[in-house]
Design a protein around this ligand. Structure first.
Ligand code: ZN
Length: 148
């Protein structure tokens, strides 16, 4: 798939993708049955360190297209096509399926994050904790709570 495929879409999660889509199409009088197999890699931003991370994608999705009076493609599992349709744009489904294939936590494998960023983040949170602990106002509040 062309890298530019994802450019024109408003997709924050995916910056770039290198994907292959196998589509098996079964057709009978009343419906089309489309089996998608997506595999490849998508480039996202790591939730932990903020660097780019390539995530593996390998997933299957099934789409049924029934013939009906009017075209309706709002559902991602069953869509309706009017008899006047002679072609089906599957781009939106590939986008959706790709997004669905991404893990909830988009992070590098353990130990492969950007060390410098992680070090900075750790130092920062340590500092914050320290200030909170030594802040006399909090100590006073703590005492108040104990007395109450
Ligand atoms: Zn990372």
């Amino acid at each position: 798939m062309e890298p530019s495929f994802f450019d024109d879409e408003m997709l924050d999660d995916i910056q770039e993708a290198n994907l292959k889509v196998n589509l098996a199409l079964h057709k009978n009088e009343r419906m089309l049955n489309l089996d998608f197999h997506l595999f490849g890699k998508a480039k996202c931003v790591c939730d932990r360190c903020g660097d780019d991370v390539w995530l593996d994608i390998d997933s299957n999705h099934n789409l049924i297209a029934r013939f009906a009076q009017e075209t309706n493609m709002t559902d991602d599992e069953v869509i309706f096509l009017s008899p006047a349709e002679y072609q089906l744009d599957i781009r939106q489904f590939i986008f959706e399926y790709t997004l669905l294939s991404l893990p909830v936590k988009k992070v590098h494998p353990k130990g492969e994050c950007n060390d410098q960023v992680l070090e900075y983040l750790t130092q920062k949170s340590d500092d914050e904790i320290e200030t909170t602990e030594t802040d006399p106002r909090w100590e006073a509040l703590g005492k108040l709570n104990k007395n109450a």
